[in-house]
Design a binder for this molecule. Structure first.
Ligand SMILES: [Zn+2]
Ligand SMILES: [Zn+2]
Length: 169
């Protein structure tokens, strides 16, 4: 969701520069892989596609989501392999080691959405209910009752607003 949410931020594009993209890459398992200028534009294109997949999931349009996920995995050159290195146990590498950074990131997030769909959990994807926030998140709560992307900021801000409105009235 992190890549998608850079395009939904109220404070401008969170993927404005190559440094933004590199920062995201380094927070995931892509540390050490350098992005090129071309990766930035490609990452933004992939972001639009991922956003549309998430919208399809949230709307319950599973067939459309599956079609788009498969197309994206294929275009990003996803080629899953089990790897074990640097003392880490077996884990999945979604892309080839030579794939460009934008393709790797897109394949990684598309695979995450694929797992949700095949697990029958695509319905856990939703948009934050705060009127001032457009972020999407995956609700892992047991009773699927989560409403905000972040209860400390969005949930709380709203509580404060509701409290003030009540007091005012
Ligand atoms: Zn690895
Ligand atoms: Zn939010």
């Amino acid at each position: 969701m992190e890549l998608i949410n850079t395009g939904r931020s109220a404070g401008g594009d969170g993927l404005g520069t190559l440094a933004d993209l590199q920062g995201m890459a380094d927070r995931y398992a892509f540390a050490g892989i350098r992005g090129k200028v071309a990766d930035l534009a490609r990452a933004r294109e992939y972001r639009t596609r991922l956003d549309s997949i998430v919208m399809a999931c949230e709307a319950g349009a599973e067939a459309a989501a599956i079609e788009q996920i498969n197309a994206l995995l294929s275009e990003a050159g996803a080629s899953p392999q089990i790897a074990a290195h640097d003392g880490r146990g077996p884990h999945l590498h979604v892309s080839r080691p030579t794939a460009p950074l934008a393709d790797r990131i897109a394949a990684h997030f598309a695979m995450g959405l694929a797992w949700l769909v095949v697990a029958g959990e695509a319905g856990r994807i939703r948009s934050c209910e705060s009127p001032s926030c457009r972020a999407v998140f995956v609700d892992f709560s047991r009773n699927r009752s989560r409403r905000y992307c972040d209860s400390r900021t969005c949930g709380n801000r709203l509580h404060v607003a509701a409290y003030r409105a009540r007091k005012h009235a």
